[in-house]
Design a binder for this molecule. Structure first.
Ligand code: UN1
Length: 513
């Protein structure tokens, strides 16, 4: 731990050996059971976080309900000013927070910094948005009447996030929710609980400097039972949940049962279609970063390459060749491209997936396996694998959160590739590599990719915050981040005002007394 400035980063972020895992801002609650956080980088204990008790949860919600009443009354641009200050604090803390992300979660330091950069970017976006929460005016069919639409603050937003983006997903939700006048309760991943505490420390400073009450930003910690307190709680009008399809299916049903809104950001099974005119200079880095970046643990990770038979051998050889250049090791060391998987359970899932692919007839082109020896003591470092497969294999249809890339051949027209691309249960991200205008436009048309994200000549991962982020089918249908994703954090109200002396009814209905 002493190397790479980790001790220093933990100190700057206010992380202790045992941290309280429940907070309403500047107030912290002692909590119950401890959750230990071990680094997948070296297997060392980083610290512990106490989990939230039922009584503490009740206090958190009471505090959030109270804060909402004053926060929603604050003009939106003033709330934007708070988010602006938050973004500035993140700029100051980019280095320690990026390091903690890398150390606790295992992604490369560059990607750790990139994740904090996404937080900064969404803050900037939200500041501008705080002056643009515009409604529409609508022509009324009745004389002397006006219609308009207003966007009002929604209330408490419950955020459930995953280990793979342990800080950015929180910011995508909170930065928008706060300018919208909502208050947030966040349950971060129990696999990266120190990231949650570090983020809360950062926002707590901003809230204190502005004399804002407790309850605007709260964190809770624990396993799924703590998450369930939120999903079944009708005091929380919106639950934004990022994670597996398995989790989303449960969360979505629980929230729907009480008529809450949910924003679901679930699994992907993202493919790149590589056509005969694809430019290898673009294909290789796009596909390789997509497949091995974050050790294959992004929901946007590239899982499948659908390659035209006429260029198959050439593309395969180039990708296999590029895999030979990949350096695996401590993600804090910037000479390494790929760090560890999050934990041994993930390693197990990865190994099993390779076995399943082989059993179904897959041909291994780049051998996987677990790395051992010096520097790999945590047991979480694996080799990115490439397997030649069929789209119909059960394992190919499944999202394995690990660096396994399936190569699939297509023949004939691009429509055949699009069918394969769409022929999975998930619908998050997709891409086509082509210099043919017609192929690109077909891919982007209504009859093309069925995903929430469809790219041309770039890979499937690494989306900018300015666009709406999310996907269809088993990905859950939610959209967060840019575009008009803010609308889900507000309630829409339609107003009709009569400024005439008569009371004409809509649809021309006569009702004479
Ligand atoms: C995720 O993996 O949960 O597009 C989010 C990307 C990142 C976000 C990924 N901007 O890869």
């Amino acid at each position: 731990t002493t190397s790479f400035g980790i001790e220093e980063a933990l100190e700057q972020l206010g992380i202790k050996d045992v941290n309280h895992g429940t907070s309403t801002g500047n107030k912290w609650f002692p909590g119950g059971e401890e959750i230990a956080s071990y680094s997948p980088v070296n297997g060392e204990l980083i610290g512990k976080v106490t989990s939230t008790t039922k009584e503490e949860y009740e206090q958190v919600i009471a505090s959030a309900q109270k804060a909402f009443l004053s926060f929603r009354a604050m003009p939106a641009p003033q709330r934007g000013e708070i988010v602006r200050q938050f973004g500035n604090k993140l700029r100051e803390m980019k280095e320690p927070l990026g390091k903690l992300v890398s150390y606790e979660m295992g992604k490369s330091l560059q990607e750790g910094y990139g994740e904090v950069q996404e937080m900064i970017d969404i803050c900037d976006f939200a500041v501008g948005l705080s002056r643009q929460l515009n409604g529409q005016t609508i022509p009324s069919e009745r004389p002397g009447h006006v219609m308009r639409e207003q966007w009002h603050s929604l209330g408490i937003v419950g955020i459930i996030s995953a280990f793979n983006f342990p800080v950015a997903v929180w910011a995508w939700n909170t930065a928008l929710a706060w300018v919208c006048g909502d208050v947030c309760v966040w349950k971060g991943s129990e696999k990266a609980p120190l990231c949650t505490v570090a983020c809360q420390n950062i926002i707590a400073g901003v809230l204190k400097e502005n004399n804002l009450p407790e309850g605007i930003s709260s964190i809770i910690n624990g396993d799924y039972k703590v998450g369930e307190m939120m999903t079944t709680d009708s005091r929380i009008p919106l639950i934004s949940a990022t994670g597996s399809t398995r989790m989303g299916r449960i969360v979505g049903a629980k929230v729907a049962e009480r008529f809450g809104k949910s924003l679901l950001e679930l699994g992907g099974n993202n493919a790149i279609i590589i056509t005969p005119t694809a430019d290898l200079k673009v294909v290789v880095p796009g596909a390789v970063f997509g497949a091995v970046g974050t050790c294959g643990q992004r929901c946007t990770s590239t899982r499948r390459l659908i390659i035209h038979e006429s260029v198959y051998d050439k593309v395969r050889d180039a990708i296999v060749g590029a895999y030979k250049q990949i350096v695996i090791g401590n993600p804090l060391d910037e000479k390494n491209h790929v760090g560890p998987l999050i934990d041994k359970e993930s390693v197990d899932t990865y190994l099993k997936a390779i076995e399943k692919a082989k059993a179904e007839g897959g041909k291994v082109l780049v051998e996987g396996g677990v790395l051992e020896g010096e520097g790999f003591e945590s047991g979480c470092y694996v080799k990115p694998a490439i397997i030649e497969a069929e789209n119909s294999f059960k394992i190919v249809q499944h999202e394995t959160f690990a660096p396994i890339l399936y190569l699939i051949k297509y023949s004939g027209d691009v429509e055949n590739a699009i069918d394969m691309q769409n022929g999975v249960a998930q619908g998050l991200s997709s891409a086509i590599m082509t210099n043919e205008l017609k192929e690109a436009e077909k891919f982007l048309s209504f009859a093309g990719s069925d995903c929430g994200i469809a790219n041309v000549n770039i890979g499937t991962s690494g989306a900018e915050i300015g666009g709406a982020f999310g996907g269809e089918k088993e990905t859950g249908g939610g959209r967060e981040s840019g575009s008009d994703a803010w609308k889900v954090y507000m309630r829409r109200q339609t107003n009709t005002v009569n400024y005439s002396d008569e009371l004409p009814l809509a649809q021309g209905i006569k009702f004479d007394l």
